[in-house]
Design a protein around this ligand. Structure first.
Ligand SMILES: *[C@@H]1O[C@H](CO)[C@@H](O)[C@H](O)[C@H]1NC(C)=O
Ligand SMILES: *[C@@H]1O[C@H](CO)[C@@H](O)[C@H](O)[C@H]1NC(C)=O
Ligand SMILES: *[C@@H]1O[C@H](CO)[C@@H](O)[C@H](O)[C@H]1NC(C)=O
Ligand SMILES: *[C@@H]1O[C@H](CO)[C@@H](O)[C@H](O)[C@H]1NC(C)=O
Ligand SMILES: *[C@@H]1O[C@H](CO)[C@@H](O)[C@H](O)[C@H]1NC(C)=O
Ligand SMILES: *[C@@H]1O[C@H](CO)[C@@H](O)[C@H](O)[C@H]1NC(C)=O
Ligand SMILES: *[C@@H]1O[C@H](CO)[C@@H](O)[C@H](O)[C@H]1NC(C)=O
Ligand SMILES: *[C@@H]1O[C@H](CO)[C@@H](O)[C@H](O)[C@H]1NC(C)=O
Length: 411
């Protein structure tokens, strides 16, 4: 049965698919991704910033409100006081061993707590890792309590052990997990797994696993449409490619109501997603989905109405250059902020955060947007609710940077 389903998806991919060009020159240095290269220099944007040193490998970030943010720091959750411009670490909550869910070797590169998302009522924080996600009780975490961890989403690695992002429905009753690498059961396709959530009276959170849908290879980014009827999902490599050297990625469009009940039947369509599409965000007005394509040093903007419908095959609006190996992406006012990770450590380029003016990008296409300098491997970017501060996790530098973005106003 699993075979049939995957063949079916592959067939849909083959019918709908056409590739976006991915033909940049080969990098000078040996590199696993043939279309990757260092991006050309950008204008540096001189904004005030300050850095908080943390234990190791900071990744996911989420603001609770302007005064508090959470950070995934290796295998701990950091609770940050952000009431002043310079963030302070209030509490470090180490993950109890029972919550490791599939992180068998916590020292291995690639393990750790990853992207995080708050429930809409802000009572729980979900952090993707290993088999699924760990769940924190927010009021307890704010007090630094050792009973802050109140649940896991886990199906024991059946559909994958490399969970990277989580989305939660508006009623906080379903969670969707991206399994980057999938498992033998997904035929090594990346997957979205579905959990139905129950909150117990004692604040423990339990769940029922509802299944999965296999997509392309290396499934990572997921964003709801504004009305939550669709989930837009990136896979770095499409399901027809059979080697890393084939670099056409996918945006898969899933029907959310079907995903909740019968995940494997939720695919509406796949559209070409550029060279290794990884992270995504909606513009504040919900009109575009912005996707970082890591190996072409670009962000792509897609028309969300055209993405959401059942037929439009080419919803691409704009394709804009960034810095090197863009990953984390977020929107604030009329800007898109993209973490130019330079994660492969090219020597002839910079790491930073590109600041894309949406109006210019849509009107003029390729524009050399400026970059805020950062330390090594900026991974996730989030803006404070007020829009005055940007937090950046600097994975290789073991720090979290706060940048004053209050002076940026849309032109
Ligand atoms: C998948 O990628 C291959 C190789 O890059 C390309 O030939 C094919 O057109 C792509 N299919 C889709 C649906 O993007
Ligand atoms: C992919 O390309 C690299 C060179 O960029 C080459 O060394 C490698 O053999 C290729 N791999 C496959 C599976 O074709
Ligand atoms: C940076 O901070 C200094 C001192 O607070 C201030 O005078 C200056 O205007 C700030 N610069 C920017 C670009 O915000
Ligand atoms: C990350 O956390 C694990 C588990 O606590 C620990 O074994 C490891 O040493 C930590 N890594 C670093 C670089 O601090
Ligand atoms: C958790 O904290 C409580 C209250 O501070 C303390 O009594 C208890 O021993 C702690 N439990 C563990 C497992 O550390
Ligand atoms: C998948 O691998 C697991 C162990 O890694 C094995 O127990 C299971 O039988 C395999 N399932 C399939 C469908 O191959
Ligand atoms: C909380 O309630 C659930 C469901 O009644 C129960 O299974 C669980 O053991 C309780 N947990 C604690 C820590 O009391
Ligand atoms: C890049 O350099 C950092 C040290 O700054 C190192 O920790 C990391 O492993 C390197 N990454 C790669 C892909 O070589």
């Amino acid at each position: 049965m699993a075979c049939l389903r995957i063949q079916c998806i592959t067939a849909i991919v083959a019918i709908i698919g056409f590739a976006l060009p991915c033909t940049k020159a080969l990098p000078a240095a040996a590199h696993p991704h043939p279309c990757a290269q260092a991006a050309p220099p950008q204008t540096q944007l001189d904004l005030n910033s300050t850095v908080l040193a943390v234990q190791a490998r900071p990744w996911g970030l989420a603001y609770l409100n302007d005064n508090i943010a959470f950070a995934a720091i290796n295998f701990s959750i950091g609770v940050l006081d952000t009431s002043q411009f310079a963030p302070k670490l209030m509490h470090m909550l180490p993950l109890p061993p029972a919550f490791l869910i599939g992180n068998d070797d916590p020292n291995a590169d690639g393990y750790g707590l990853r992207e995080m998302t708050l429930t809409h009522d802000k009572e729980n924080l979900y952090v993707a890792t290993g088999y699924g996600a760990i769940i924190l009780d927010v009021p307890r975490a704010l007090q630094g309590r050792n009973d802050s961890f109140v649940g896991v989403l886990s199906h024991d690695g059946y559909a994958g052990r490399s969970a990277i992002e989580a989305s939660i429905t508006a009623d906080d009753k379903f969670a969707f997990i991206s399994q980057e690498y999938g498992s033998n059961v997904t035929h090594n396709l990346g997957a979205i797994e579905v959990y139905k959530i129950t909150r117990q009276q004692n604040r423990t959170v339990t769940s029922t696993w509802k299944g999965f849908i296999g997509l392309g290879f290396r499934t990572i980014g997921q964003q709801f449409s504004t009305d939550q009827s669709r989930l837009f999902v990136t896979s770095e490599i499409n399901g027809t490619a059979r080697s890393l050297n084939q670099t056409g990625g996918l945006i898969s469009v899933l029907d959310v109501e079907t995903l909740k009940a019968k995940p494997a039947r939720s695919l509406i369509k796949n559209v070409p997603g550029g060279c290794h599409p990884v992270r995504s965000t909606l513009s504040i007005d919900g009109k575009q989905l912005w996707v970082s394509t890591r190996e072409s040093n670009q962000v792509l903007a897609f028309d969300t109405d055209k993405l959401a419908d059942e037929t439009t095959a080419d919803p691409l609006l704009a394709q804009v250059d960034t810095g090197t190996a863009p990953l984390g992406i977020t929107a604030i006012r009329d800007y898109i902020f993209v973490a130019d990770s330079n994660r492969w450590n090219y020597s002839d380029t910079t790491a930073g955060v590109s600041v894309v003016n949406i109006g210019d990008a849509l009107r003029k296409g390729y524009v050399n947007f400026p970059q805020i300098p950062t330390s090594a491997f900026p991974r996730t970017v989030v803006a404070s609710p007020s829009g005055n501060t940007l937090l950046v996790s600097e994975f290789d530098a073991a720090s979290i940077r706060a940048v004053d973005i209050s002076s940026l106003s849309a032109s």
